[in-house]
Design a protein around this ligand. Structure first.
Ligand SMILES: Cc1cc2nc3c(=O)[nH]c(=O)nc-3n(C[C@H](O)[C@H](O)[C@H](O)COP(=O)(O)OP(=O)(O)OC[C@H]3O[C@@H](n4cnc5c(N)ncnc54)[C@H](O)[C@@H]3O)c2cc1C
Length: 264
């Protein structure tokens, strides 16, 4: 790991200016993705700007039918939140299934979606729950945010402040986890909204995507049997040591059915 300067700003505006002044500055939130990347010398920032304890990036509240969660909220806090459990219990369940207690106690919502690991869980929730990502300068809709493997629409010096989720009529997340890391080999969030059903898939491909054929089938009948014979194509899916693209395609239907069944 290379040497770096460490900054602990006291406000969002201090964080913005520390980042702007750095040669190759990086935000540090929970460090659960960035520190391993730095240890492997895949990133060598000149400056780390720690935002994990900024008040402006913390807190959970419900407002006009949406649940708003600060970017620096840890997975453990989302899992434990009575407000989340009441508004969107599926989101608390998803957070409870991330990694292990150490990862959940440090890792944050903002860090997870900024990193956009293809096997991360939160992108499924952000897309299925019609998420909006508020940054220090604009609001980005979920589907414009996740632009590719480990890529997002964020500018280099842009800071996620909070994520807002539409409260659905019902929703559930089902994941086939890697047995060691708990990252998703395949994860599917199904959410039924007044405006229609959204099915978002992670782990299967390079980036989170919506399974639109499944959404249409579930809009016809919100029952696991509606997904009999409905599958995503394996063509664009990932083959790696854990699973072939064909197996992942099969898992998407199985996880989607489990999520629908869990919606009750
Ligand atoms: C052993 C292990 C198991 C894991 N298992 C899972 C799992 O099952 N499911 C899962 O989804 N994830 C898993 N993770 C990843 C974990 O969820 C991380 O917490 C998450 O990917 C990154 O969040 P962080 O707060 O630690 O971000 P950091 O590591 O601090 O930052 C990650 C990246 O995001 C940027 N960033 C951070 N905050 C912001 C912000 N507010 N605005 C803009 N950019 C920002 C940073 O600059 C950096 O580029 C696992 C990690 C480990 C180490």
């Amino acid at each position: 790991m290379q040497n770096f300067a460490f900054h602990r700003p006291k406000s969002l505006s201090e964080a913005v200016s520390a980042l702007k002044q750095a040669d190759e500055g990086k935000l540090l939130s929970g460090g659960q993705s960035l520190i391993p990347v730095m240890k492997l010398n895949l990133a060598a920032p000149s400056d780390l700007v720690c935002i994990s304890s900024l008040d402006e990036l913390r807190g959970i509240r419900t407002e006009a039918g949406r649940l708003i969660i600060g970017a620096a909220t840890t997975h453990g806090e989302v899992d434990a939140s009575a407000e989340v459990k009441t508004a969107i219990p599926a989101l608390a369940d998803l957070a409870a299934g991330i990694g292990d207690p150490q990862v959940r106690n440090r890792g944050t919502l903002g860090g997870s979606i900024a990193h956009n690991d293809p096997a991360a869980d939160y992108p499924a929730a952000v897309v299925a729950l019609d998420g909006e990502i508020a940054t220090d300068r604009r609001t980005i809709k979920a589907e414009a945010f996740f632009s590719g493997m480990f890529e997002t629409a964020l500018d280099d010096d842009e800071i996620i402040v909070a994520v807002s989720f539409a409260v659905p009529d019902r929703a559930a997340y089902a994941k086939f986890p890697n047995p060691a890391s708990r990252f998703a080999v395949v994860g599917v969030m199904v959410a039924q909204h007044k405006s229609g059903t959204r099915v978002a898939v992670v782990g299967a491909g390079a980036n989170v995507f919506r399974a639109t054929d499944m959404e249409k089938a579930l809009d016809g009948s919100f029952d696991p049997s509606a997904l009999d014979g409905v599958a995503v194509s394996a063509d664009e899916l990932t083959t790696d040591l854990q699973a072939s693209a064909q197996y992942r395609a099969h898992l998407v239907t199985v996880m989607a059915k489990r999520a629908v069944a869990a919606c009750g």
